[in-house]
Unconditional design. Structure first.
Length: 356
């Protein structure tokens, strides 16, 4: 007898939950089953063919008669559990043609839309506290190809101020609900807002918080961006700790005048897609937004930098997202600088070593 290699256990009082992440099955074990499973993990050969509990383990594929080949992975267990656990998701009925897909999808949307949408914190912000942003400037004269060729990660920034119009341009084109696309017949009704980046299920589950250190006519602080209104609201003043402290010690970007924390509303994703696979989509969407932000900044003649190394708890506190279903995923910043890929401190060390 063999223990299935694709199991993990979860302590969910009063049960021990055994989760087969490959087959997408879960079992709640009572104390008797739990104790017996521990014995079998230690001695699989102790299996008793006529024992009811042992039989249950065989029937549930927790115990197998032949060895299940383990997946070659090459990474840690947590990433393996997550990735494999969200692969090949069960699909009750896979549509056979485009008509069937449309019917099924529309039914699904209508079913979702008939349930109350999770409340967006941004929607409850008092209008009197919104700070309107300037309309975006277009970045004519910058071809896409030229912008793509100039986008690069920079690690030295002067800290010089950016204009409020630059901020408006960056936010409208990366996260704003585009007025230019409002006339499109958006079906199903209720998922109609469109951004320049694609969005999983049209939910626009990703949102933005702005780190403002040096923008003309705007007090330094952490702001919430309201995509529909193209406006900001102040969440908190800047903390005493420099930005690098919030980004796992990457102090070389402390001078960044502006940054965007990209968050995702997991409640919104779960509302439409009640499967853990949707978690993957949050990061894919954040990646689209991050790249769009960088391309706009590049077209505005700014240097860009990005990171996923976040001091999550500290940032969540600063953004007022403690214990929230909205979580911060990524940071992208921009400013003026010489565009160097190496920070000046790292470059100095390398220069010294070269001299030796
Ligand atoms: C998901 C992701 C995470 C990254 N995290 C960091 C980071 O924490 N710190 C950093 O200095 N650069 C970070 N980078 C930037 C990469 O180091 C950079 O994109 C890479 O060296 C290629 O250089 P380029 O962007 O100039 O083409 C990250 C890039 C991506 C896509």
């Amino acid at each position: 007898m063999h223990i299935n290699p694709h199991l993990f256990m979860l302590a969910r009082p009063p049960y021990l939950v055994v989760w087969n992440y490959k087959d997408h099955t879960q079992y709640e074990l009572d104390p008797q089953h739990s104790r017996r499973l521990l014995q079998l993990i230690e001695h699989p050969k102790a299996y008793r063919p006529l024992d009811e509990i042992d039989d249950n383990f065989i029937n549930s594929n927790i115990l197998t008669t032949s060895k299940t080949p383990d997946t070659e992975w090459g990474w840690d267990e947590l990433s393996k559990i997550f990735h494999i656990g969200t692969k090949n998701i069960p699909c009750a009925h896979r549509p056979n043609d485009a008509h069937e897909w449309s019917r099924q999808y529309l039914d699904h949307c209508n079913e979702v839309l008939a349930t109350p949408a999770p409340i967006a914190r941004r929607g409850t912000w008092p209008a009197s506290e919104l700070i309107a942003l300037p309309a975006p400037n277009d970045t004519q004269g910058h071809t896409l190809v030229n912008t793509l060729l100039h986008r690069k990660t920079s690690r030295t920034f002067s800290g010089d101020a950016l204009s409020l119009t630059d901020l408006g341009t960056l936010l409208y084109f990366s996260l704003g609900h585009l007025k230019e696309r409002e006339c499109e017949a958006a079906s199903p009704h209720g998922l109609g807002a469109r951004r320049s980046s694609p969005s999983g299920g049209g939910l626009n589950a990703c949102e933005g918080f702005i780190y403002v250190r040096n923008v003309n006519d705007l007090a330094p602080g952490l702001y919430c961006y309201h995509s529909a209104e193209h406006a900001l609201s102040l969440v908190n003043p800047l903390p005493e700790d420099p930005l690098g402290q919030l980004l796992c010690g990457q102090h070389f970007i402390n001078e960044l005048p502006l940054g965007l924390f990209i968050s995702a509303r997991f409640d919104a994703l779960w509302w439409k897609y009640a499967h853990s696979r949707a978690y993957r989509m949050a990061y894919v969407e954040a990646g689209h937004i991050s790249q769009t932000f960088q391309l706009i900044a590049t077209a505005l003649g700014l240097s860009t930098w990005l990171t996923g190394a976040l001091m999550d708890d500290r940032i969540e506190t600063l953004l007022g997202l403690q214990r929230s279903t909205e979580q911060v995923l990524f940071f992208v910043g921009c400013g003026r600088g010489d565009g160097q890929a190496l920070s000046k401190e790292l470059q100095a060390l390398i220069d010294i070593e070269d001299l030796r």
